[in-house]
Write a protein that binds this ligand. Structure first.
Ligand code: C2E
Ligand code: CA
Ligand code: CA
Length: 519
């Protein structure tokens, strides 16, 4: 597009030519040179002819000079135009994959011709599964290469359509539908293409994807809404597992709105310190003394009304709040633990995603140091799922924790699918038999055999066994008879606030516990 400056220069050149032609015409008409010549001769002593010649030559040189400057100017203008175009391109494209970005899509939304197509439009939201692991384990350079490969695969499936990178590991594809196209099948093509192994520097990386899609005009009338809806569907797909494709249905949006609200509530609750640890006693079944407490997070929304941790802990994990929440709870729990007996253990739950956080140990040790709770009084409860999902990183994190003197308990033992392999490959300090075994072991011969075997395993490995969920006395007695080391459950004490644990300690809780376990 010619700029204002180029146009003006053109007009000025034309005006100059017209002026020149007019003066030339006038000079011809008045026979100017001969007249001037006579005049110059008459006044020879003023050197007017030399001055006139000098002016003429200077004028001609000025003309050459102007042409050269104009050329320079036009080059400069061209350079600026190219730079402006580059800036526009950069602002609307992702420099890594060279795909257009969210901003580009937003600018096309202003153009009504982009929609609608004859048979409608479909929007696919694609989010990678397991990408964070690649970044964490192989570094950001390799992560970038994975993103490039994914972008290439998407553009090769949709050469004529619009593939966008919305940032991070999120891609969006907008396609024009053809007839009664099977959109789930299109989504599956995306999943299959992305799940093909990617080889980087000789290492093979497996990346999954979650895909959600929505349709125009059936689900929404605008592209903006369609993107929101396909995002909703993608989120639902991600929640249900890996490599899944989901079509948008309105109920998904309600769930998302609810989730966004709950996330905001959770943030506020954390800010107002409304989430606090409760403590449930861990009782030595031989001596019947309380040897420690498990900290269990409680979110009290109104007096006596609680959101269960099984709801808000996963929410905190998804919303990226788990690190902050854990730090908050852990600090309070350590401070509270200082008011218990000198050797009473604080058992603290660590959620699976945190075992891929290499700084976990450092953060916990920092808080322990600041509060002044000795390391040997801390025990962390981890579940098998953490060890299964990303075994190598989890192992590294656990090694760091153990090296610094923290005990590790394997929680919910028996509910995972590779319990024994975890046990044989890692030295835990404690195993907690999942509540589901304790609930049924009295009525089921097989369950009793399993519990018996776990206790024997504990003896063999030199690891203490805790039985969770002891609710009645016969369960307690049976577990004592089987030689179980530690017990936990409503019979021995429900989770309660710190003040109650102190009261129990003052009243010599063991008396009460002994009464509970008396034949
Ligand atoms: P968990 O670690 O297996 O904790 C034991 C759960 O069983 C607790 O549920 C406890 O209240 C409950 N329980 C204890 N004794 C009995 C009993 O005799 N009968 C029955 N029916 N239940 C019993 P809660 O507090 O709802 O916690 C649920 C899960 O949430 C915990 O399972 C733990 O995995 C997680 N959680 C709790 N607090 C935290 C936390 O601070 N951080 C993390 N990452 N996870 C937490
Ligand atoms: Ca636990
Ligand atoms: Ca447990």
């Amino acid at each position: 597009m010619p700029s204002v400056h180029t146009n003006r220069a053109k007009w000025e050149a034309i005006a100059w030519l017209i002026a020149f032609a007019t003066i030339y015409g006038a000079a011809l008409f008045f026979n100017a040179h001969e007249e001037l010549d006579t005049f110059f001769r008459a006044y020879e002593h003023y050197d007017l002819d030399e001055i006139f010649t000098a002016l003429n030559i200077a004028g001609a040189l000025g003309l050459i000079y102007s042409v050269l400057r104009m050329k320079d100017m036009s080059r400069e203008i061209q350079r600026r135009l190219t730079a402006e175009q580059n800036v526009d391109w950069i602002a609307c494209h992702d420099p890594l994959t060279e795909l257009p970005n969210r901003r580009y899509l937003a600018s096309t939304l202003l153009n009504p011709q982009t929609l609608p197509s004859k048979d409608g439009t479909a929007v696919f939201s694609v989010d990678l599964d397991g990408f964070k692991k690649v970044n964490d384990l192989l570094g950001h350079d390799q992560g970038d290469r994975v993103l490039k490969v994914v972008a290439e695969r998407l553009t090769s499936i949709f050469p004529d359509d619009n593939v966008y990178r919305f940032g991070g590991d999120e891609f969006v594809v907008v396609i024009e539908r053809k007839g009664n196209q099977d959109l789930t099948a299109v989504g599956k093509r995306i999943v299959v293409a992305i799940s093909k192994p990617i080889t980087i520097n000789g290492a093979t990386v497996d990346i999954g994807s979650s895909v959600g899609f929505s349709r125009i005009p059936e689900d929404s009338g605008t592209l903006t809404e369609a993107i929101q809806y396909s995002d909703c569907a993608m989120y639902a797909a991600k929640k249900s597992g890996r490599n899944l494709v989901k079509a948008f249905v309105p109920v998904m949006q309600e769930a998302l709105v609810q989730r966004i609200q709950m996330e905001a509530d959770l943030k506020l609750a954390m800010k107002q310190n409304k989430i606090r640890p409760y403590y449930q006693p861990l009782v030595d079944l031989k001596t019947q003394h309380i040897i420690g407490y498990e900290a269990l997070a409680r979110w009290e929304t109104s007096p006596g009304k609680f959101v269960p941790p099984s709801e808000f802990i996963p929410l905190a994990e998804d919303a990226g709040l788990i690190v902050e929440l854990t730090d908050q709870l852990f600090r309070i729990a350590c401070q509270d633990a200082l008011s218990w007996g000198a050797e009473t253990v604080l058992s603290f739950n660590i959620s699976p995603v945190q075992l891929s956080d290499r700084l976990l140990g450092l953060r916990l040790l920092k808080i322990l140091g600041e509060v002044g709770l000795p390391v040997h009084r801390l025990e962390l409860e981890v579940t098998e799922s953490a060890l299964i999902n990303d075994a190598e990183t989890a192992r590294g994190v656990l090694d760091d924790l153990v090296k610094s003197g923290i005990s590790i308990a394997l929680d919910d033992f028996g509910t995972g699918y590779s319990s024994l392999s975890q046990l044989s490959s890692y030295k835990f300090n404690k195993i907690k038999i999942d509540r589901s075994f304790v609930v049924t072991f009295e009525d089921s011969d097989r369950q009793e055999k399993v519990v018996r075997a776990i206790i024997a395993l504990g003896v063999g490995l030199g690891v203490k066994i805790t039985a969770e969920g002891i609710e009645d006395e016969s369960q307690l007695r049976r577990l004592q008879d089987l030689g179980c080391d530690i017990g936990q459950g409503y019979l021995l004490g429900r989770p309660c606030p710190i003040d109650n644990t102190l009261r129990i300690a003052e009243q010599d809780s063991c008396g009460a516990l002994r009464a509970a376990s008396a034949p």
